[in-house]
Design a protein around this ligand. Sequence first.
Ligand code: C5J
Length: 228
Amino acid sequence: MMDIPAAPYAFECARESTALLIIDMQRDFLEPGGFGELLGNDISHLRSTIEPIQRVLEFFRTQNLPVFHTREGHKPDLSDLYESKRSRGKLACGIGDPGPMGRVLIRGERGHDIIDELYPLAGEPIIDKPGKGSFYATDLDDQLKAKGIRSLIVTGVTTEVCVHTTVREANDRGYECLVLSDCVGSYFPEFQAIGLKMIAAQGGIFGWVTESEKLIRAFQTDEHEVSI
Ligand code: C5J
């Protein structure tokens, strides 16, 4: 077991039962002309997560540790899209409508796919999810259990929406979640701050929070100790 410095106290995990989860790093949320920007958001708040996530992803890949990617989106026939979600916000260009990167949040469209900087390698699972949570209407739980995963290193966007929903779902399914504060992003700085506080509050009611550097250092130290 290794201890990773975190709030509210050290996060304990074992290398063989830990996976990296990268949530919804899609063009629709992070690139100009995507759904996020169409909604009037400043995407620069999310783009600052790309480099730190790249570093963590690269580290997991070089260590041969499991990585899971998720994408939020819907089937082209919209059969997995509730009317309540489609109509929410009375948007001029909403889910399923044609946008600059194809139909908004529709599987197979350019906007729906993961940004080039973090594109999954062959063999890295991509969980396509119709909801905010990564466990809702997906086989993520089965895939994690099949690999013996108990601890999730959580990254991605957006902090108070899909990251929070996923961490809460994971918490109720018995997983331990460590959220990397520099690897999750919100369009709203105040939600970023409070969203992270809410995870670690009350003794870690939903999980733990730390920075990517501390995670990588703890894994490197553990590797060194195992090899001497
Ligand atoms: C949103 C997400 N914000 N991935 N999705 O609609 O957080």
